[in-house]
Design a protein around this ligand. Structure first.
Ligand code: FES
Ligand code: FES
Length: 191
């Protein structure tokens, strides 16, 4: 059957089986692979998207249920040229390790700050309880959400990935091919 989804501001019509989950429609039909599948059992939150502005686990929603509604995925939260403050804060506060949970975590955190712009650490933890990080980097995730909240309350400008990625020119010439790079301290220790 055909459904009508507005995804990240773009109206789209796709044919789906009635049993297709929203997460699979987003990933497989629309190629929006930033929404992840971590469990398929409503436990991990890796599949979190906004449905009419409210965070939902897209593995618990049939695509047909989203017909006629607005979906925002991580791709619609910010771009490489204009990062959402939450994306920037996850970067600067090192709020991710493998990154598998990160997109869902960011979408949930964006929804949390909409409802509570200045949450305490306990409120951040409670607000993200539906999102699991198997790398267990929860401390920095809480710091990132706190930093994003401060940036948003201050109305700070958005930045691009390039602005956040300082270019470090190489400080040493690469050795002739085949030779290993030995750090200075080790070279001194060998003498
Ligand atoms: S994949 Fe949806 S909650 Fe884990
Ligand atoms: S950063 Fe690896 S699962 Fe969260």
């Amino acid at each position: 059957m055909q459904i009508d989804l507005t995804v990240n501001g773009n109206q789209t019509f796709i044919d789906v089986e009635p049993r297709l989950l929203l997460v699979h429609a987003l990933r497989d039909s629309l190629n929006l692979t930033g929404t992840h599948v971590g469990c398929d059992t409503s436990s991990c939150g890796a599949c979190t998207v906004l449905l009419d502005g409210v965070s939902v686990k897209s593995c618990t929603v049939f695509a047909v249920q989203a017909s006629g509604h607005e979906v925002t995925t991580i791709e619609g939260i910010g771009t490489a040229d204009s990062l959402h403050p939450m994306q920037e804060a996850f970067w600067t506060a090192h709020g991710l390790q493998c990154g598998y949970c990160t997109t869902g975590m960011i979408v949930s955190a964006v929804d949390l700050l909409k409802r509570n712009p200045d949450p305490s650490d306990d409120e951040i933890r409670a607000g993200l309880e539906g999102n699991l990080c198997r790398c267990t980097g929860y401390e920095n995730i809480v710091k990132a959400v706190r930093a994003a909240g401060a940036a948003m309350r201050a109305g700070e400008a958005r930045h691009s990935v390039n602005e956040l990625m300082p270019i470090h020119p190489p400080t040493v010439e690469p050795p002739p091919s085949g030779e290993a790079i030995i750090p200075q301290q080790l070279q001194e220790a060998k003498v």
